[in-house]
Design a protein around this ligand. Sequence first.
Ligand code: PRP
Length: 215
Amino acid sequence: MRYLTFALAKGRLAKKSMELFEQIGISCDEMKDKDTRKLIFTNEELGLRFFLAKPSDVPTYVEYGAADIGVVGKDTILEEGRNIYEVMDLGFGKCRMCVCGPESARELLKKNEIIRVASKYPNIAKSYFTNKKNQTVEIIKLNGSVELAPIVGLSEVIVDIVETGSTLKENGLTVLEEVCPLSARIVVNQVSLKMEHERIRKFLTDLNEILKVNN
Ligand code: PRP
């Protein structure tokens, strides 16, 4: 039997995904070892293979068919813009993509002024301002601790993930606009969905059932 291969976003998302998969009989004991540095794991009995990738690379592995199925955040799916099917919302890892900044920046979003927007998600930020708001902006790509940007004068606002809101609050910033809600999603390779239709369909049906029970 050909392996059905899963690409998981390394970290909390992979852990939560495996907890969920266990409820539908998909497990991988090797992965539970906290000290392991391995990146690839198999369940020979079920013909399954799992690998842990950097979150932003999961859509790439799935688009090219190196993985049949991926679990990744909606933020990454939107930012990467890969040719993949998004087939299910897992309902965890819920947060929001927002335009944030100091309260004083609110006015700037109403006017058609050219403002600077710092973000780890330049594609999402550009698409929001260009397509939704019709506002010309300069996007500045950062790699983390984006909240710094408006505080030190690098940008007027940021586009970033807000979960509890405490990072914003502790840095004197606030949500100015919501771009979209986010959560963990299942993505599938377009060819795999045809070639491995039965196995993938069963996986998705089982998952759907357990999500209904859990909620
Ligand atoms: C994320 C995000 C915010 C923060 C939001 O950053 O970019 O900074 O979490 O969470 P909160 O609303 O619960 O405070 P992450 O911790 O991934 O680190 P980063 O700043 O390096 O991207």
